[in-house]
Design a protein around this ligand. Sequence first.
Ligand code: ATP
Length: 616
Amino acid sequence: MTHPPDNEAIATKIDIDLWKRIFRFALNHKRLLYPLMASAFVLSLIDAAYPIVTMKAIDIVQGGGVAKDLIPVAAWYLGLSLTLATLVYVFIRCAGSISHHIAFDIKRDCFKRLQELEFSFYDKQPTGWLISRLTADCDRLSRILAWGFLDVLWGSFFVAAMSIMMFIYHWKLALVVLATLPPLIVLSIYFQKKMLVASRQIRKHNARITASYNEGIAGVKTTKTLGRETENLNEFEGMSTDMYSASVRRAFFSAIYLPLVMLIGSLGSGLALWYGGLNVLSGSITLGILVAFISYAGNFFHPINQVAQILAEIQGAQAAGERVMGLLSTEPKIKDSEEVLQKIAGRNDLGHDPLLAIDGHPKHIDEIQFADVSFSYNEKEQVLKRFNLTVKRGQTIALVGPSGGGKSTIVSLVSRFYEPTSGEIRFNGIDYRQRSLDWLQGQLGIVLQTPHLFNGSVIENIRYGRLDATDKEIREAATLVNAHDFIMKLENGYDTVIGEGGARLSTGERQLISFARALLADPQIFVMDEATSSIDTETEKLIQDGMQRVFDGRISFVIAHRLSTIRSADQILVIQKGEIEEQGTHEELLAQRGHYYELYVNQFRREGEEQALEAG
Ligand SMILES: Nc1ncnc2c1ncn2[C@@H]1O[C@H](COP(=O)(O)OP(=O)(O)OP(=O)(O)O)[C@@H](O)[C@H]1O
């Protein structure tokens, strides 16, 4: 049984450079950040001022003052409390808004980068990993940047303000009280980290237990048939024991931490009481000052605990920060070259079509040429070796051959989802890297083997091909690819909602919709990965007819699994081990009696047998 990866590693050191880079996201919201900083600063001053107000009141009473003398003190108290309430409102609003803004900014940047990154990036990163970056990691960073920053500011200002006040009133007594600070800081940092580690372990074990429940329930049949119940139970018990140990550790640390810091706090107050009491007796300080010092001594715990907790959180979130910043700093490998960008910019200044600037040629793609193209996804295996092919406008190229031969690779290269490792792919004689990616992708219409449809209506799904298309154009496209009739038979016609991923439609129907969607953009290059199975002969016929009509005047690549569909292709390429093994029209290849002939005869025979079986 596999376990979820540990994404919760806790860094041993805080990487200041990394956090500075992350903090730039907060700096984009100075309008909220400055009021947040100001409110944290003033709040800490107010918190530090309360004991002074108490001190004044006591000294007035001690000095034989009357009730009237206490009015200014009461006014101060009221003023401080009202300001405090207002500031709490300000900081909650600011921190809340900043947190949302930052989460949005980081997610937007990650999403943008993910859209820019080429397919090879996705080959290496599992979807789950990417989704976690976009959700959990981004949210966590935004929380730390807003609330953590506020707590650290408030905590540090508060400790500084209290220390300054104490030094102002009696520096020796201040030193006595502050003597408790170092152990308080060390213990807080130590225990907060320990508790964080234990909490993470609890969560991790919990996730494993949930996953185990899931597998146990989903795989109950397999478990029973393989007689694995006892082993599974043992494994589950092991996980529960791990979780129990982590929970006990967490409880143990909190149980020690709190009494320890309370003891230190009381020691501080005790020291203040003892040394301050002596000073009161000798008349060097008033009773009010002593009370203020005792109050300060008890107040240090909260901000220090808070800052320690945030520091531990920062260490805990560092891995998330590294992952998000790592994603953001991944440069797309397939992108417009500087030269292309300059040409486009120059041409746009003149208000001309950027394509004309690049090859000085009319908009039509008359020829696509693979010139000595070699390609490999990784160092291990070369998929294409010095591949050569020329396709003219109006031609349909069918790619057939065994699985893994390189058919999809060829169309991915034409689409510039990947680029040749060596050699060139030329459009009208010019390497496609000298053209803009936007332009190329605007010329492509792709119909995948299992096309992706969104959860929406049929019309919305087709319109995705060109957002400004009118309803009439959509119907025309659907009619041209033979999708109109089946769409009209759906319960609400074009407005029928087709469910997540088009789940309510058959593969063939999904292909027809995806075909209409691709056609809507009026692309010059069509790529069609023919559906292999679960497509009935009637739909297959519809798709074939649609292909005939749509491919006219364009350059088309069809990855053919059913050889019957490509009889009329201008060239059929049998691709094996990244090379063209045979090339020609259907008739020519049959006459050669080579690999294509064998494939064709075998498929013909198989289909004949299936039909006979169905009939019989
Ligand atoms: N993203 C990828 N990363 C690494 N290797 C890949 C990747 N895609 C394909 N390959 C490898 O490249 C070779 C050619 O694969 P390709 O998908 O182009 O073949 P195909 O002829 O289209 O096969 P099929 O008919 O099964 O789709 C195979 O050995 C395959 O394992």
